[in-house]
Ligand binder design. Structure first.
Ligand code: PGA
Length: 244
């Protein structure tokens, strides 16, 4: 496991973009696992800048997103389809046919989830997976629980996640209560994992993850500690409690 502690969010974003850029240069048809949330936005901005200024080429890249709210239209401002389009895809030269985001309105959820995992496998698996971390240790929408699911599945969001995500909605009542998410098994199959955390509100989460020396389904991110190639990129605020 590698840990980078960067001075601030800008440097964190540049570090993550550096790693992705170097992987893209080694493999032009890289399979990238992408995340939504506030944390990766700076990374997407940095990659867009490198595309525009240095010609970083996304034309052969395939992407798989981690999750989507269930029952939300894809053109809804809070859907993860909309988020990805606005924050990343519309500003790079990615082939739309190579973008994969879980469908929040599938006809048959079970079949759809199975097909999503199969599609990842048929692409040879995810080469580099970007992850944020919830304050409660969740990864994608794999929430702390007695057990975690391996494959893509539908899940109930916890109160803490609904509360955290309500900042993007007009009212907390508008936050969807369910989501479709890749499972920990799908995520752990990624060849390389980049876990990002920024800001004081993640400081205790990071301390728990890196100092407890425990793996638990009640802290889903802790399972990543078993992965052979995980890099954790923090800014100083997120690293504060861990460094004490
Ligand atoms: P954030 O979300 O990047 O908006 O903090 C991370 C997460 O909940 O996984």
């Amino acid at each position: 496991m590698k840990i980078f502690i960067e001075k601030n969010y800008t440097d964190l974003s540049k570090r993550v973009a550096d790693i992705i850029e170097s992987e893209m240069k080694e493999k032009s048809n890289l399979v990238l696992g992408l995340a939504t949330g506030s944390t990766p936005i700076g990374t997407y901005e940095e990659l867009i800048k490198r595309h525009k200024e240095e010609g970083l080429d996304f034309s052969k890249i395939t992407t798989f997103n981690l999750d989507e709210y269930l029952g939300i239209p894809h053109d809804h401002v809070n859907s993860y389809h909309y988020f990805m389009e606005e924050n990343f895809f519309k500003s790079i030269n990615i082939d739309n046919d190579k973008i994969n985001i879980p469908n929040g309105n599938p006809e048959n959820v079970e079949e759809y989830c199975k097909a999503y995992d199969e599609k990842i496998e048929n692409q040879g698996g995810i080469d580099v997976q970007i992850l944020g971390i919830g304050e409660n240790g969740h990864i994608a929408f794999n929430e702390p629980d007695d057990k975690l699911y391996l494959g893509t599945h539908v899940t109930d969001l916890t109160e803490s996640t609904i509360k955290a995500n309500s900042r993007f909605f007009d009212s907390i009542d508008d936050v969807p209560k369910k989501a479709i998410t890749m499972g920990l098994g799908s995520i752990m199959k990624s060849k390389k994992i980049l876990l990002l955390a920024s800001g004081k509100n993640k400081a205790n989460t990071i301390k728990k993850l890196l100092k407890d020396g425990v793996v638990s389904t009640h802290n889903p991110a802790s399972l990543l500690l078993l992965h052979p190639d995980v890099t954790i990129i923090l800014d100083e605020e997120a690293a504060e409690e861990y460094m004490k």
